[in-house]
Design a protein around this ligand. Structure first.
Ligand code: ZN
Length: 457
């Protein structure tokens, strides 16, 4: 996807250290990924277990939609905390270091990138304005420097360009923080709503590449060029949607009282997309077993995660690091494969909604959803294409290590200066029942298990 479309990023990866097997976390959705970047933790420890999730049992109530700041602040009231792992921002602040984030995703994602930003004295700017950030006091100065906020239609070319201005004219120009994070909304938005193989997506990729070039130039021209590490990353990939099903409707047709919000007609709360949870409103092991069996009988379902002692043929949620008290007892992934989609781009799958049919989607464990961009340019660092496993959870400990700080995280400090000698071990988990068979591939190194890919076989 990069070759021919993002020449500056392509050259950056070729000329520096490129982790070719870098992967996302599960589910491969943005707020889960953002929080894993921010904490160096799997969702089983940081607690943002999906973009949208319900709280079970006594904590029941409305859907936790992590795109919304108000719903995240409610989560703090309902469950005691939003994020349950220490963050990069918190660790930096403990050493008296600063962080600025320029964020163009949802307001919720802008919160999760440095959730304690306000008490730490750090800065987060959301391109959605003062109401969408925990540090609204910095917004007027940025508007004065960079002009009025851009519109919000896909492809978000204006938003991307505006982000470049904030990065180069504010974050890297004045009062530079120890860590600057720039989060572009593209090409994610255009992949979703215009299609992965679309003119809009191509325009968005070129616009993102142009901003990356501006950032590289700004650093090269600035006073800290010799001591600045630059990391280029994406948080997930995408596959094209090839068929749409109404999972809640199918469940109801078969007698399960399933719905997206708690009400008098609902016993089972679900979320959707390329994957989701099925959560009985009151814990019910027999209902979980019935639902697990029902999922495995459907052609559109790719994977089922639940306690295998309860649901024959399921893989344990532990296998994908979904071990948080907030994690649902039953998770499903829609069926996908590596068939070429529109434009010959590999990766298509069934989904339950959220974008137009034919648009791009992510969330599951397809290789093309899980594969991410991860490249490092580090002073005196090595230049290579590295095949070792790497993931979003490694970014925070690696950044902190570059700053001379330890960080107790789930990830490892990536080998920026010398290649690792220890081999990575392939771990294959297979399970199934009847005609349903699923496989999860992980890669182990240093006592950690990175998620590589998974699906129905
Ligand atoms: Zn997305």
């Amino acid at each position: 996807m990069i070759v021919g479309r993002m020449p500056v990023l392509g050259a950056f990866l070729d000329d520096n250290l490129w982790f070719r097997n870098a992967r996302s976390v599960f589910p491969s959705v943005t707020r889960v990924c953002t929080t894993s970047v921010a904490t160096g933790a799997w969702p089983g420890r940081h607690g943002i277990v999906n973009n949208q999730f319900h709280l079970g049992g006594d904590l029941g109530g409305p859907l936790v939609d992590t795109a919304r700041i108000d719903r995240l602040l409610e989560l703090k009231d309902r469950a005691g905390a939003i994020v349950t792992a220490d963050s990069l921002g918190q660790r930096l602040a403990a050493d008296g270091r600063s962080m600025m984030a320029i964020h163009c995703g949802s307001a919720g994602s802008g919160l999760l990138v440095n959730h304690a930003v306000h008490e730490l004295g750090h800065r987060t700017f959301s391109v959605h304005g003062a109401d969408a950030t925990l540090t609204p006091e910095i917004v007027p100065d940025i508007l004065a420097t960079c002009g009025p906020l851009p519109g919000d239609e896909a492809p978000k070319l204006d938003t991307v360009a505006y982000t470049g201005r904030v990065a180069t004219e504010v974050a890297l120009a004045q009062d530079q923080s120890d860590v600057t994070l720039v989060w572009l909304p593209e090409p994610d938005t255009s992949f979703h709503f215009c299609g992965i193989h679309s003119d809009g997506a191509e325009q968005a990729m070129r616009a993102a590449d142009a901003v990356f070039a501006e950032i590289l130039q700004s650093i090269a021209d600035g006073p800290h060029a010799d001591t600045t590490a630059i990391i280029a990353m994406s948080d997930h990939g995408q596959i094209a949607t090839s068929a749409l099903i109404d999972l809640a409707g199918l469940l109801r047709a078969d007698g399960f009282r399933a719905g997206h919000e708690p009400d008098d007609n609902t016993d089972i709360l679900l979320t959707g997309g390329n994957m989701g949870e099925l959560r009985p409103m009151t814990p019910d092991p027999r209902l979980i077993a019935d639902l697990g069996r029902w999922l495995m009988l459907r052609d559109e379902i790719g994977m089922v995660f639940a306690d295998p002692a309860r649901v024959d043929g399921a893989l344990a949620p532990e296998a994908v690091h979904q071990t948080h008290p907030r994690s649902a007892d039953l998770l499903y992934v829609m069926r996908s494969d590596e068939t070429a989609g529109p434009g010959g781009i590999p990766g298509i799958g069934v989904f339950t909604g959220g974008v137009p049919l034919g648009g791009g989607m992510h969330g599951g464990l397809n290789r093309y959803e899980m594969n991410t961009v991860l490249g490092f340019s580090v002073p005196d660092g090595r230049c290579a294409a590295d095949d070792m496993p790497a993931s979003l959870i490694d970014i925070a400990p690696t950044v902190l290590d570059l700053l001379g700080a330890n960080f107790d995280s789930d990830g490892r400090v990536l080998p920026l200066f010398e290649a690792e000698q220890e081999p990575a071990l392939v771990e294959i988990h297979e399970a199934g029942s009847g005609d349903f068979r699923q496989r999860l591939v992980r890669s182990g190194i240093g006592g950690r298990s990175y998620l590589i890919e998974g699906g129905r076989v």
